[in-house]
Design a binder for this molecule. Structure first.
Ligand SMILES: [Zn+2]
Length: 159
């Protein structure tokens, strides 16, 4: 098994070799499986003004995650059942600044997301690893929740 942080791994190359890649909790005494990587089910997104998440870099040289101030790369996951393990907590304060999802199309579009929950590890309750929210204008219904997992908050394991 090889375990690397997001800055050390080449996901495109591993995916093209059909490697099974598991995203895991970054805390050394936990490492719970969070979700299996899939380039189709985990859509890479750039987000502005996202809530602060923990980050882990230069793994395995550095073993402890730390609070990251510049998280902007997320995976968007639309179905909570894709996760093997994920926990949620309410944000301690409601973020006033809009969170913007940049959509690449013919024209760049920005979508505002209202945060409903922060994502934490369901085993050790630490995080945050991302957030869940609803697109501005959509009904405040669980079915409309989108999940955003921070790409540098997790470790990547493969054989
Ligand atoms: Zn954990």
């Amino acid at each position: 098994m090889t375990v690397l942080s997001s800055d050390e791994i080449n996901l495109d190359q591993l995916s093209s070799q059909y490697k099974k890649i598991i995203l895991k909790c970054p805390f050394p005494n936990c490492n719970t499986k969070i979700i299996q990587y899939s380039s189709t089910k985990l859509k890479s997104q750039d987000i502005e003004n996202a809530p602060k998440c923990i980050g882990i870099q230069n793994y395995p040289q550095i073993k402890e995650p730390k609070l990251s101030t510049s998280t902007s790369k997320f995976y968007q996951i639309n179905d909570v059942w894709e996760f093997d393990n994920i926990g949620v907590s309410r944000p301690t304060e409601i973020q006033k600044e809009p969170i913007l999802l940049k959509v690449d199309g013919e024209e760049e579009e920005e979508i505002q997301i209202n945060i409903e929950r922060l994502l934490i590890c369901s085993e050790c309750d630490r995080g945050s690893l991302g957030f869940a929210g609803i697109e501005y204008g959509k009904d405040n219904d669980h079915k409309n929740l989108n999940y955003f997992l921070s790409q540098n908050s997790v470790l990547y394991e493969y054989e």
